[in-house]
Design a protein around this ligand. Structure first.
Ligand SMILES: *Cc1c(COP(=O)(O)O)cnc(C)c1O
Length: 418
């Protein structure tokens, strides 16, 4: 990270916390599947004078003067996005994934229209029509569930529900689903019932860009994503869509929901999209999946119970019930030992959402540090020990020290080596 001399001088309190956070990111293993480490170049671009601008509108059609260079930057970001994903149109202005999904609702459905999405406790996102989200109150959501037997999406059941509900929008995509999503099947269902298909690839965008997960672009009317998960860009959102929806999507983002785009983020998105088009990134994405598969195999060998029995992508969902441990105390103990992940509901979880049965972990960030199969085996051994001796202070401290030394061998992109 940059030296931050001006910050240190002007605001020692904020500076100190930023440095402590940097140390935390350096000395622990991030296993939260939605987190990553951006490159130094992406970090540079996000910290530029572009934060000083106002650029309401789109390239060539702004409501402010002074857009000569911001227009060119946003054009680069849009062109790289459409080329990388093979989409007709890209909007790179959504402030994040949630505003992108709200913009799609606003653009393509009238308030009160029926929508369909995967239920939140089964791995769907809040913004796919969950009750506490605006998407679950201004629209009328119908929710599909995972199969109780397999823990997977039951496409026949999705079709049956869709035929019954005749939704305007069908959402697919998830925050905690370890398997391939069959976009082609979802697209066929949507067409059969006269719905539009919205594929939210927030978690897997990097895998899709690299061709290690099937792409929804040919099958979905609209594709939304965050830019900061496996895509490894700055915090932001993006909407890709077919030509016929381009005008409606752009209008919904601005002026429908947002004012000025965050030009410094747009610049960083352009950089990240440039990186994602390289062979090095394709290797990275393939390694994310290989690492997740090894992690899954090793966890199974230690007697952990995995939802769906394994993984096809970057993430793993563990049901800890057979270990006699709940998700939250497990996640807390693992954090004390330097292994950072989150507690998570498992499908049909009998426990409460704030105190669920499972934990969710993934490999994107560790893979960004250059960790590979042998390191996944080591991580699994540590996890097994921490869970087995849950709350044992000596074990947790020892492992935290081992993790710190281990991390020093795998410098994270964008972080000072110390
Ligand atoms: C992370 C995520 C989002 C929301 O992204 P934010 O940037 O946190 O608003 C939307 N959909 C899915 C599937 C996600 O995983």
């Amino acid at each position: 990270m940059a030296k931050l001399e001006a910050l240190q001088k002007a605001d020692p309190d904020v500076f100190a916390l930023v440095r402590l956070e940097e140390k935390r990111q350096r000395e622990t293993i991030r296993l939260i599947p939605s987190e990553n480490y951006v490159s130094a170049a992406v970090l540079d671009a996000s910290g530029t004078v572009l934060t000083n601008n106002y650029s309401e509108g789109y390239p060539g059609k702004r409501y402010y003067q002074g857009q000569e260079f911001t227009d060119r930057l946003e054009e680069i970001a849009r062109t790289r996005a459409t080329a990388l994903f093979g989409a007709d149109h890209a909007n790179v202005q959504p402030y994040s994934g949630s505003p992108a999904n709200l913009a799609v609702h606003f653009a393509l459905a009238k308030p009160g229209d029926t929508t369909m999405g995967l239920a939140l406790p089964h791995g769907g996102h809040l913004t796919h029509g969950w009750g506490v989200s605006i998407t679950g109150t201004y629209w009328k959501p119908v929710r599909y569930a995972l199969s109780k037997e397999t823990g997977r999406i039951d496409y026949d059941d999705v079709r049956r529900l869709a035929l019954e509900a005749r939704p305007r929008l069908i959402w697919c995509g998830a925050t905690a689903y370890p398997r391939v999503i069959e976009f082609e099947t979802m697209g066929a269902i949507a067409r059969e019932v006269g719905a539009l298909l919205c594929a939210d690839i927030a978690h897997i965008a990097g895998l899709v860009a690299a061709g290690v997960h099937p792409s929804p672009v040919a099958h979905a009317d609209v594709v939304t994503t965050t830019t900061h998960k496996t895509l490894r860009g700055p915090r932001g959102g993006m909407i890709l869509c077919k030509k016929e929806h381009a005008a409606a999507i752009d209008k919904a983002v601005f002026p429908g929901l947002q004012g000025g785009p965050h030009d410094h983020t747009t610049a960083a998105i352009a950089v990240a999209l440039g990186e994602a088009a390289t062979p090095a990134f394709r290797n990275y994405a393939a390694q994310i999946v290989r690492n997740a598969k090894v992690l899954a195999e090793e966890l199974l060998a230690l007697g952990f119970s995995l939802v769906t029995g394994g993984t096809d992508n970057h993430l793993i969902l563990i049901d800890l019930t057979n270990k006699g441990v709940a998700g939250k105390p497990a996640a807390q103990a693992l954090e004390r030992a330097g292994l950072v992940l989150n507690y998570n509901a498992v499908p049909f979880d009998p426990r409460k959402p704030f105190d669920p049965s499972g934990i969710r972990l993934g490999t994107p960030a560790a893979t960004s540090r250059g960790m590979r199969e042998p390191e996944m085996r080591q991580i699994t051994r540590w996890m097994g020990e921490v869970i087995k001796k849950l709350g044992d202070d000596t074990t947790e401290r020892r492992i935290a020290g081992e993790v710190r030394e281990f991390c020093a061998r795998f410098p994270a992109p964008g972080l000072a080596a110390e």
